[in-house]
Design a protein around this ligand. Structure first.
Ligand code: SF4
Length: 514
């Protein structure tokens, strides 16, 4: 889904670029010297690649790539951010109120193209550009009508953000040469490197091969994030058993960033014994008389189309209906309007009215209330940006009202609760934690990226381009969202019950020491 929408984004951006020759090999555009080249074909004996655009700068060409992520934030940059409008790539101007986002993968890609252009004798200044995606309006309140300078950009998709690649080129060349040595060694039947788990492994097609090797070796990278692995190896800790056997003073002296050094041994024991969660102490999250699980579904940077809620209680003796005269269960506040901007505001207002009603009913009856989510950043992004973008919608809360709620003890991030109350040797994703509580999703392919594909079909924007809404996909999105909120409820119930029977971190540590 991400790939498909990324391709569509790339095509949409290409349509906005000025007319220019396209698909030329370096020999051809080197001879013709057009001011712009679209999707040039760069290739030599050791490298190949196709940037979306080349822009002539007087000395040669600068590469430009298109990416489906943000390239700027609100704020300032030092040195100042330099941009060009996509329909005037040559006109480079300062953008003083935007901050340059540097995605390392983009910079490596641009460095790759700059070096290829240098090898062909066609490089301009060592500068490259990225055209991204993401509205500027949810970071900065839009200017009142009539005050926006005409034609001022409002989205990362409208500008080329320029990056100076000078500091990167030597390192790029070293890394490329190292990879060539690794490949040459592999061709010769040798091995120069071994796998070490990093965040990229999650999406790497080689993971099944590498994970087998890592598990067989009980490699230390299975225990800590990639940033900490060199620290551990430098301390002589290469495997899980190394950590279990290490002197406590050595472990606590380590300067780690991804986990507290004091948790390392328990993590190692949990990994060895196949324990997915180890309580540090009391495992129970705060409970309330009335509980509301909330899960929001958004579509890329465009908006939130679904606010799913599950109303329940933290008590065994009464239902929500009996306590506050509101029926318990799942409610999905959704808009499947093909124009998300048309339905998003009113849908959010309906969701907020329901949340407000439940809170007010609890207040009136002297009952406690708590709303739970899994990782608050995702929900809060749209909790704040929706009222900011649609203040005129009837029933829309103010930013202050939203902030009052999210700052209160009624808003509980269950992800943070699990993280602080347990040693977790593996993944902290809800899809990994909820099964420990005995929960499973009805859908055989639950996942955020799949839900975006279902949403696109549900609003008639599927790849086939039929324009007809796929009604079963709407139900699939709703069922998936319902299971997400039921999953957080299940995790919370498990934390208050069966988790209390698990061996604690202190008990595991003592047993290992004894
Ligand atoms: S799965 Fe293997 S090849 Fe892929 S990023 Fe991880 S260690 Fe590297």
């Amino acid at each position: 889904m991400r790939i498909e929408s990324g391709i569509e984004h790339g095509l949409a951006v290409l349509q906005r670029l000025p007319e220019a020759p396209s698909d030329l090999p370096a020999a051809a555009f080197g001879r013709l010297r057009p001011a712009l080249v679209r999707t040039p074909r760069l290739a030599n004996a050791e490298r190949f690649g196709r940037p979306e655009l080349l822009v002539a700068d007087g000395r040669g060409y600068r590469p430009v790539i298109v990416r489906a992520h943000r390239t700027t934030d609100a704020g300032t940059s030092v040195p100042p951010l330099l941009i060009s409008s996509v329909d005037r790539p040559f006109a480079v101007v300062e953008q003083p109120d935007r901050h340059r986002r540097r995605q390392q993968a983009d910079l490596w890609q641009l460095a790759h193209f700059v070096v290829m252009l240098q090898q062909a004798g066609l490089a301009g200044d060592p500068v490259g550009g990225v055209i991204g995606r993401g509205t500027w309006s949810d970071a900065v309140p839009p200017a009142p009508p009539g005050t926006d300078p005409a034609g001022a950009p409002t989205d990362d998709a409208e500008v080329i953000v320029w990056h100076d690649l000078t500091p990167l080129l030597d390192e790029y060349r070293e890394r490329f040469a190292f990879r060539q040595r690794v490949a040459a060694a592999a061709v010769a039947g040798g091995e120069l490197v071994h796998p070490s788990r990093v965040s990229e492994c999650r999406r790497c097609p080689w993971w099944s091969v590498c994970s087998e090797e890592l598990q067989a070796a009980q490699d230390i990278s299975l225990l800590a994030a990639g940033i900490d692995v060199p620290v551990l190896r430098a301390a002589g800790l290469h495997t899980v058993p190394d950590v279990i056997a290490a002197p406590p003073a050595l472990l606590t002296s380590l300067q780690l960033t991804s986990i507290p050094a004091g948790e390392l041994r328990v993590r190692a024991i949990a990994h060895r014994d196949g324990l997915p969660l180890v309580p540090k102490g009391n495992p129970a999250a705060p409970r309330a008389d009335i509980e509301l699980d909330i899960d929001m579904e958004s579509y890329l940077d465009e908006g939130a189309y679904l606010w799913g809620t599950l109303l329940g209680t933290g008590r065994a003796d009464a239902s929500p209906d009996e306590l506050i005269s509101i029926a318990g269960g799942y409610r999905g506040f959704a808009t499947f309007d093909a124009d998300l901007a048309a339905g998003e505001g009113p849908n959010f207002a309906r969701f907020w009215a329901f949340l407000d009603r439940a809170r007010a009913a609890c207040r009136a009856r002297g009952l406690s209330f708590a709303a739970y989510c899994w990782s608050r950043q995702a929900e809060e992004r749209w909790l704040f940006s929706t009222p900011r973008r649609y203040p005129e919608v009837p029933g829309m809360p103010t930013i202050e009202q939203v902030k009052q709620f999210t700052d209160s003890s009624q808003w509980i991030d269950l992800y943070a609760e699990v993280k602080s109350r347990f040693v977790v040797p593996g993944s902290l994703r809800l899809k990994a934690i909820a099964p420990v509580a005995g929960f499973s999703w009805r859908d055989p392919e639950p996942g955020g990226e799949n839900s975006m594909a279902w949403y696109r079909a549900a609003v008639g924007k599927d790849a086939a381009g039929t324009g007809a809404p796929d009604l079963p996909k709407r139900q699939r999105v709703l069922d998936y969202n319902e299971d997400d909120v039921r999953a957080t409820a299940a995790v919370r119930a498990w934390m208050s019950g069966p988790a209390r029977e698990l061996p604690t971190a202190a008990e595991l540590d003592r047993a290992a020491a004894g």
